[in-house]
Design a protein around this ligand. Sequence first.
Ligand code: MG
Ligand code: MG
Length: 269
Amino acid sequence: MQVNAVSIHDQIRIKSRKEIDKLREAGRIAANALRVAARSVKPGVSLLELDKLAESYIRKQGATPSFKGYQGFPATLCLSVNDGVVHGIPINYALREGDVISIDCGAKLDGYHGDTCLTVGVGRISDKAKDLIATTQLAMYLGVSCCRVGLRMGDMATTVQNFAEERGYNVVRRYVGHGIGRDLHEDPQVLCAEQAPGTGFRMETGMTITIEPILNMGTHNCKVESDGWTVRTADGQFSAQFEHMVAITKNGPEILSYPDPEFELDDSL
Ligand code: MG
Ligand code: MG
């Protein structure tokens, strides 16, 4: 989600346990669909094929793709390859050995949205690319671990940013996480950088948000392609993203976008 797309002054919708259960179901469908696509990633496979696989899985579950038609987005998945940052439109591009692809998937079930993202390599990838992917996944889990009652957004954002920068990466500023529920994008905006400790909203029980840091090998600056959607790094270097949906509970963060065990990828955390 682009920063400032939603007003931070609107009401944050606190969810009941029943609503959190519905979000977990939607999150599970999105997480499974994401892995249906991720498992098919190999040299020669086109982005359109991946999109079709995910859409057909989602519809078979009685759910609908959250992204398709959202502000005119034409597909089920956002697929961002190499210097692709976010919102990549699936096109007839055949994946190549050494590519890195972020797969972002949303599914709506029984009125609630699921939204989750991961990044995988295509065939054999460079050690640098492997490190980018692993570090981004760890940054995401570190952010999730900061989703605790009483902490503020800025505490989480600073933790994630420091972790990424100590390892030589830059966190994208312009695209951020969000609240999630009956709407795909609800308040608040969830930054993973450039928010001072002790500032931002205070986390409360029943908030449901996405933690979705994007790490770039080079500059955090981005540019938007002429299709109006596809975002790339300004310097052409690689980018990676991971996203989980999280409910903040009195017992700590609860991840709402786990796949069923049979959909797990071999090397996932
Ligand atoms: Mg997403
Ligand atoms: Mg999201």
